[in-house]
Design a protein around this ligand. Structure first.
Ligand code: TYM
Length: 364
């Protein structure tokens, strides 16, 4: 019955009518869905801006794919976050669909997970506004991502949205009673803030939100730039030699890996004293599903050139089939998946917002 109901075209009942209260059938579905799922929940998202690179894949998406069977999984294309810096409207539209295709090509299965576009569920911004009222300016000023991003901009171009971005991220997460948030290290401070805001709300208005935890692994937490192992691989890097984009072709991958900086010496060792090599071994380890020690053994007595060739081979072995899949998705089909995902999660979001509004004292 659950499956039958979930396959019904929700948008025929919900499309564009977001202020309509859920019907009795929807509420029943929600209860059954929660009981049936009975799994802890993960939520995560990626901004539709810039070129997605191996850091995004290894730091986030690969872990999502790994966790999707164990967790009730919700993955979002966070377009409301992307507009905290100026975006070209046409490019944003294209990128939003492209990110969803990347989720699918990386093995995120829409029959197990909900994939949706953030702006399709207006409760994200509604909750963010409410959380704004319990957020303190100094705790926002401490956010290192804001400091990094705003340093690169002319002061007159720093938007209120960019400053407020972590509150929207907190709303994204706690709106769905999320237990675990698989992200890279750069997002962990935002998850700490999320916990603080959730707990502050609970203390003020009564138990409402789950306090989520971040999830990452030692190898994937922080994939560093190939041109500078002291800085993370980044979408906004100035040099293309900083990253391997998920759309790079074989020639580009080989050229970039050949040019990647290495440390002094010639042995292939996994050590904090050799941060450039450690980073390359981490990438190798994640792509080949081998432990760093196995890679050390494999390349014992061999030099950097041979190791880099091997790394290029495993990178291409991942990228080629991935890119092939990426080309197979049709925009309309992907949009259908995204709309169905939004309809599914909207039930959870509206129920949570009703609870929040009641606790605050809004007249319903
Ligand atoms: P975004 O779009 O900048 O990055 C997407 C994901 O990729 C991870 N990542 C990395 N991981 C390891 N090494 C790197 N070099 C690297 N670069 C990026 C990021 O940690 C992230 O997991 N604020 C988020 C998006 C967001 C979100 C959320 C995430 C909005 N709401 C709710 C989780 C839950 C962001 O800008 O990620």
């Amino acid at each position: 019955m659950l499956l039958f109901y979930s396959k019904k075209p929700f948008h025929t009942r919900y499309g564009g009518q977001r202020d309509e209260s859920p019907s009795l059938l929807d509420t029943l579905y929600l209860i059954l869905y929660t009981c049936y799922m009975n799994k802890p929940r993960i939520f995560s998202g990626i901004q539709p801006s810039g070129n997605l690179h191996l850091g995004n894949y290894l730091g986030a998406i690969k872990n999502w794919a790994k966790l999707q069977d164990e967790y009730d999984s919700i993955f979002c294309v966070v377009d409301l976050h992307a507009i905290t810096v100026p975006q070209d409207p046409e490019a944003l539209k294209k990128k939003t669909i492209e990110i969803a295709k990347i989720y699918l090509a990386a093995g995120i299965d829409p029959s197990k997970c909900s994939i949706f576009i953030q702006s399709h569920v207006s409760e994200h911004t509604e909750l963010a506004w409410i959380l704004n009222t319990i957020t303190k300016i100094p705790e926002m000023e401490r956010m290192t991502q804001f400091k990094d991003k705003s340093e690169k901009l002319d002061k007159s171009k720093i938007s209120m949205g960019l400053f407020d971005y972590p509150v929207l991220m907190a709303a994204d997460i706690i709106l769905y009673d999320t237990n675990l948030v698989p992200v890279g290290k750069d997002q962990m401070q935002h998850i700490e803030l999320t916990r603080d805001l959730a707990s502050r709300f609970n203390n003020k208005f009564g138990e409402t939100f789950i306090l989520p935890k971040g999830y990452t692994t030692k190898e994937s937490a922080n994939i560093m730039g190939l041109d500078d192992p002291t800085k993370k691989m980044s979408k906004s890097a100035k040099s293309e030699y900083n990253y391997i984009a998920l759309t790079d072709d074989e020639e580009t991958v080989r050229r970039k890996i050949k040019k990647a900086v290495t440390d002094s010496g010639s042995e292939i060792v996994y050590s904090d004293e050799k941060p450039a090599l450690k980073n390359l071994i981490n990438i190798y380890s994640l792509l080949a599903d081998k432990k760093p020690e196995e890679i050390e053994k494999e390349y014992a007595g061999k030099g950097y050139a041979e190791f880099k060739n091997g790394l290029a081979d495993v990178t291409i072995a991942f990228l080629e089939p991935f890119q092939k899949k990426l080309k197979e998705y049709d925009d309309e089909k992907v949009l259908e998946i995204l709309r169905a995902g939004a309809e599914k999660v909207r039930l959870l979001a509206t129920a949570k917002m009703e609870e929040v509004k009641k606790k605050i004292g809004f007249v319903l």
